[in-house]
Design a protein around this ligand. Structure first.
Ligand code: ATP
Ligand code: MG
Length: 221
């Protein structure tokens, strides 16, 4: 038995459009220990988002598999996968995906409620998390009433909701100015250090990539 949190074993992904096959990922392999970090780099269209979705169980590989704590993850059934994801993985989408009808506090509290915690605990934790990303003044704003950077910070607070062992982030500083990008980068590394969280981050941000322990460049595989 090894000590890996995530094992990506020869993952390939093809998309089919009409009679055309689009090869996006070919035999991607790497392992991550708890608390380690990796940057997923590469030009637009090289498959970063596709790989993150497969690692998080949002999408399935065409071949190969992903193991989470030694357990088959990528090909297990939908309910088991949803449970594993809720408990272990915090995901930040490239385009936020906050729920538009809910305010910031509700967006952050939702994964905690889904995990079975009572309402009081869920809202108390959501309050703390939003304070952590400096959004005490924006609890009751809906996503459309927040700036791009503020939405990104809500998404980061939400991904921390169930204290996941693994954070998977798709260009978390993509929409931000230099100052906000730096503060989000510092926040991500502070949290990862405190909670020994494994980080998998797709990014074009060289400053962020430099701070990760290893980099996987999809453009040159
Ligand atoms: N559902 C799909 N059907 C067909 N092709 C797809 C599908 N989803 C993605 N692709 C193609 O797969 C390739 C990889 O897409 P992906 O979103 O993973 O790239 P990316 O590296 O994240 O790019 P960016 O830096 O622009 O976010 C692209 O060429 C895209 O057009
Ligand atoms: Mg992408």
């Amino acid at each position: 038995m090894n000590n890996f949190l995530i094992e990506c074993l020869d993952v390939s992904k093809e998309y089919y459009q009409g009679n055309k096959t689009i090869k996006v990922l070919e035999n991607i392999k790497f392992n991550l220990q708890r608390g380690s970090s990796i940057g997923i780099l590469g030009p637009s269209g090289s498959g970063k988002t596709t790989l993150l979705h497969i690692l998080a169980g949002i999408d399935v590989p065409t071949s190969g598999e992903v193991l989470f704590k030694g357990q088959q993850f990528s090909n297990c059934d939908t309910n088991a996968k949803a449970y594993l994801r809720n408990q272990n993985i915090g995901f930040v989408y490239q385009f936020h995906h906050l729920l538009p009808e809910f305010n910031a506090l509700e967006n952050v509290a939702l994964p905690i409620l889904i995990s079975g915690q009572d309402k009081k605990k869920a809202y108390s934790k959501a309050t703390d998390l939003l304070a952590r990303v400096d959004l005490e003044e924006r609890f009751f704003h809906r996503p459309s009433q927040l700036s791009g950077g503020e939405r990104q910070r809500v998404a980061i607070a939400r991904c921390l909701a169930n204290s996941p062992s693994c954070l998977i982030m798709d260009e978390p500083t993509g929409d931000l100015d230099a100052e906000n990008a730096e503060s989000i980068t510092n926040l991500i590394f502070d949290i990862s250090k405190e909670q020994k969280t494994t980080l998998i981050i797709a990014t074009h941000d060289t400053k962020l990539a430099e701070n990760l322990e290893s980099n996987l460049n999809l453009g040159f595989t």
